[in-house]
Design a protein around this ligand. Sequence first.
Ligand SMILES: *Cc1c(COP(=O)(O)O)cnc(C)c1O
Length: 398
Amino acid sequence: MEKLAILGGKPVREEKIYYGRQWIGDDDVEAVASVLKGDYITCGPSVEALEKKLCEVTGAKYAVAVCNGTAALHCACIAAGLKEGDEVITTPLTFAASANCAVYVGATPVFADVDPETYNIDPDSIEAHITEKTKAVVAVDFTGQAVDHDRIRAICDKHNLICIIDAAHAIGTKYNGKPEGSIGDMTCFSFHPVKTITSGEGGAITTNDPELYKKLHLASQHGIVRTPDEFVEKNPEGIWYYEMQTLGFNYRMTDFQAALLISQLKKLPEFSKRRHEIVKKYDEAFKDVPEIIVQKEIPQSDTTRHLYIIQLDLDKLSCTRREFFDAMSAENVQCQVHYVPVYWFPFYEERGYKRGLCPVAEKIYKGIMSIPLYPMLTDEDTDSVIEAVKKVVEWYRK
Ligand SMILES: *Cc1c(COP(=O)(O)O)cnc(C)c1O
């Protein structure tokens, strides 16, 4: 057996690889530079072009580009009309923003448990948590795999709930052939550098509902309307006139970020293809490793995977997750954990959320780590990731 690097052996590779990384090409740099040299660096034609492009890619009627995914979720909660006293059901196995967005508008996040095999929010658990106060669901396409849209839609219709999809992981994913972004009432995307396409910071909300679109637009742009036609009639001031109708935020995306995203969107099919290939290769490699449990895919989802998670079967290993993780780092394969159950954080704990609320999510959390997955990984890189996982498993095998 080969000695682990953490115990003084030779690491599987010399250069460290991380779990995620952007891919910015010369064409992306040129797209940004040309906007920077132009007339508008914010609120210009690139943002409009991006919104149009996002509609094409997602099949949604409307898109609003914003400055990050968290702002997208906040705007969705505002547009949904959520307020103090309302409850919003979400998953604990997500980035904190999926729950925080409810808190931003004074509403209360309620955590439903996840499916033990797909790790996505469990529709039965959503139903079990519905009360008279429930107004919305924030369902997360965890690791990029689409949630059970059919069942969640049916639950939302039955109980008159707004269905918000947190698709921060899932641009490029399709559910029953339909692109993510046109299925929920509102779908939120993030374009942070670890996500599938990036603008540094960036986000968007898509919807098919014209009323929600108007509200999303207001929420992200100070609540200010500038629609010359309407105003020319309504007031004698002229076309310069604008009006603040609601309390909104400045969540605008800049034009150079929009240009970067338009350029990145062109590569989405290629990025998606490469992610598919790597996922397939990892699935094959870990199929016969009984200590490693891989996430189950649902047949309805054609998934552009954002994260590849391995779950350690700790009963079969003589190490802790911590020891496994540190051993992987020493082999120069830097993993990450997605995610700490949101209600375990002090902010939520102080507000009365107790450990044990979602036992399935908590159990999954204890054994998981995300191994490197991004399109720029070479075949040699993925070989060394697999080699490192197998090496550490063999060392700690009971
Ligand atoms: C990244 C992420 C967000 C937040 O996006 P930002 O652009 O970083 O604000 C929200 N939800 C999930 C599930 C995410 O992974």
